[in-house]
Design a protein around this ligand. Structure first.
Ligand SMILES: CC(C)(COP(=O)(O)OP(=O)(O)OC[C@H]1O[C@@H](n2cnc3c(N)ncnc32)[C@H](O)[C@@H]1OP(=O)(O)O)[C@@H](O)C(=O)NCCC(=O)NCCS
Length: 195
C-alpha cells in the first residue's frame, strides 16, 4: 500500500549519477517499521528512545534491487515548516559509497517541494564523522544540548565515539531558502567592485 502523502520513487531523485550509489533507488517506505529496526538501531543507542519514535513520521528507504540498504525518517517539529531528520542509517556494508548522501538530498528535495523552511538534525558532539557528513550536505550548527545522552534517557553509560564520551547533542539545521555562497568565496562588505 503506497502512502498517498509521499511522492513516488520517480518523483524522488536525490542522485547525482556520480556515486557508486547510482544503482540505488530512494522511495517512500510503506511496509512495516519493525522490519527497519536493525537499521534504526545503527543510529540510536537507546532502545527506549527508539521505541518512542520508531513508528512516527515518514520514512524514505534506499533500495538496491529489492533490498533495503538505508533509510531516513522525517518527523514534524513544533515549528511550522521545520522538519527533523530523526533517524538515518545505511547498512554497514554499504556505508561510505554515497547512499547516505542520496537519502539526505532526497529528503531535502521532498521538504523543499512541500515548501518547508528548514531541515533539522541532531547528532552526538562526539560523532565527528556525522558532523562532517551533515555539514557537507548544507547543514550548519544551531545549538548544543549538554548532557543529552544519559542513562536517565536510556543511553548506556561508557559509550565512546572517536575516543570521546557520548554526552552532548548538537543540533544542526539546513535553511532551505539559503543561497549557496558564490563559487569565488564570500564577498566582503565595503570592498570596491573591480574595474
Ligand atoms: C552517517 C551515514 C548515514 C552516512 O551514510 P553513508 O552512505 O556512509 O554516507 P556517504 O557515503 O554519502 O558519505 C560518506 C561520508 O559520511 C560520513 N560518515 C559518517 N559516518 C560514516 C561511516 N560509518 N562510514 C563512512 N562514512 C561515514 C563521512 O563524512 C564520510 O565522508 P568521508 O568519505 O570523507 O569519510 C552512515 O555512515 C551510517 O549509517 N552511520 C551509522 C548510523 C548513524 O550514525 N546515523 C546518523 C545518526 S545522526
Amino acid at each position: 500500500m503506497t502512502d498517498p502523502s509521499m511522492p513516488t520513487s520517480q518523483e524522488i531523485d536525490g542522485g547525482d549519477g556520480h556515486t557508486a550509489g547510482c544503482d540505488v533507488r530512494v522511495e517512500p517506505h510503506s511496509g512495516s517499521r519493525e522490519e527497519l529496526r536493525p537499521l534504526f538501531e545503527l543510529a540510536e543507542d537507546s532502545p527506549a528512545q527508539l521505541d518512542s519514535y520508531l513508528a512516527s513520521g515518514r520514512v524514505l528507504v534506499a533500495l538496491l534491487g529489492t533490498e533495503v540498504i538505508g533509510h531516513l525518517q522525517l518527523v514534524e517539529t513544533d515549528r511550522p515548516g521545520e522538519v527533523e531528520i530523526k533517524n538515518v542509517a545505511v547498512r554497514e556494508d554499504h556505508q561510505g559509497r554515497g547512499v547516505g548522501g542520496r537519502l539526505v538530498r532526497a529528503a531535502t528535495e521532498l521538504v523543499t517541494a512541500e515548501s518547508g523552511s528548514a531541515l533539522l538534525v541532531a547528532t552526538a558532539a562526539a560523532d565527528i564523522d556525522n558532523l562532517r557528513f551533515y555539514q557537507r550536505h548544507g547543514f550548519r550548527m544551531r545549538a548544543i544540548e549538554r548532557d543529552a545522552f544519559t542513562p536517565a534517557s536510556g543511553y548506556p553509560p561508557g559509550i565512546r565515539i572517536n575516543g570521546i564520551g557520548l554526552r552532548d547533542r548538537v543540533w544542526l539545521d539546513h535553511q532551505l531558502s539559503d543561497r549557496p555562497e558564490p563559487a569565488d568565496g564570500p564577498r566582503r562588505p565595503g570592498r570596491p567592485s573591480s574595474t
